[in-house]
Design a protein around this ligand. Structure first.
Ligand code: MG
Length: 235
């Protein structure tokens, strides 16, 4: 007996194969006298549905495109006004999207599956950001990636391969995070290093405020991230 048959027969005494005889009652759900708290707390199931709608409706993509268009316009306007112009890009959810990983895991970050995902080079280029990358190449603006991914052999190899596979080829440098270094400190120190190398960072693009805080860039561009939050940490 399948579940449809059970529904059709509610109200009857049923004999379900493999189950003792049960009485199934069909009670009208019209309870009016409900005691509850004055305001329900946020609800994870509802929030996840709203986030999925934001993504699946195309709004997420549209909002990324809006910010990146502004960044491209800024780069075109300013690149010839400074010496050695450079652009900084974050990787996860900025240059590369892991959206499929999160959607397949019901927006949950499963650390074991995350390692498999990275080594499988499954992340895909965020198209407007790839377009911005090509613009930089065309204008001879240097591009440096600064990522919170760690400088382990596997992370370095898989990240570079994934970037190249998705079209981010011939970039000018990439900064990985050392050991347990704080994310904000790593991002800030890496930008400082780029400027010490003689470049002017005309645009810094990331999906977290912690990618952008602390200066060492003419302008920061924050694209949305509906899935996770990385606080700025300096210690
Ligand atoms: Mg990111």
């Amino acid at each position: 007996m399948n579940i449809n048959n059970i529904h059709k027969n509610v109200g009857n005494n049923l004999v379900i194969q493999g189950v003792a005889k049960v009485n199934v009652y069909n009670i009208e759900n019209d309870v009016e006298d409900i005691v509850s708290v004055s305001e329900e707390p946020m609800n994870l199931g509802k929030i996840k549905n709203e986030i999925k709608h934001y993504i699946e409706s195309g709004e997420y993509e549209r909002q990324i495109e809006d910010v990146i268009k502004k960044a491209m316009k800024h780069i075109e306007t300013i690149h010839h006004k400074v010496t050695n112009p450079a652009v900084v890009l974050d990787i996860d959810e900025t240059a590369l999207s892991n959206l499929k990983f999160y959607m397949d895991n019901n927006l949950h970050h499963d650390w074991q599956k995350w390692e498999q995902w990275k080594s499988g080079l499954h992340a895909t280029a965020i198209k407007p950001v790839l377009e911005l990358y090509h613009l930089c190449k065309k204008l001879d603006v240097k591009v440096f990636f600064i990522t919170g991914r760690k400088n382990s052999y596997d992370d370095v190899k898989n990240t570079v391969l994934n970037l190249e596979k998705e079209g981010f080829t011939n970039f000018d440098g990439i900064f990985f995070r050392k050991g347990d270094e704080a994310v904000g400190k790593h991002k800030l120190d890496s930008r400082k290093k780029i400027e010490e190398m003689g470049y002017t960072i005309i645009a810094n693009v990331g999906d977290q405020m912690s990618d952008l805080e602390g200066g060492y860039a003419v302008k920061g561009f924050k694209i949305p991230n509906p899935i996770y939050y990385v606080p700025f940490s300096y210690k």
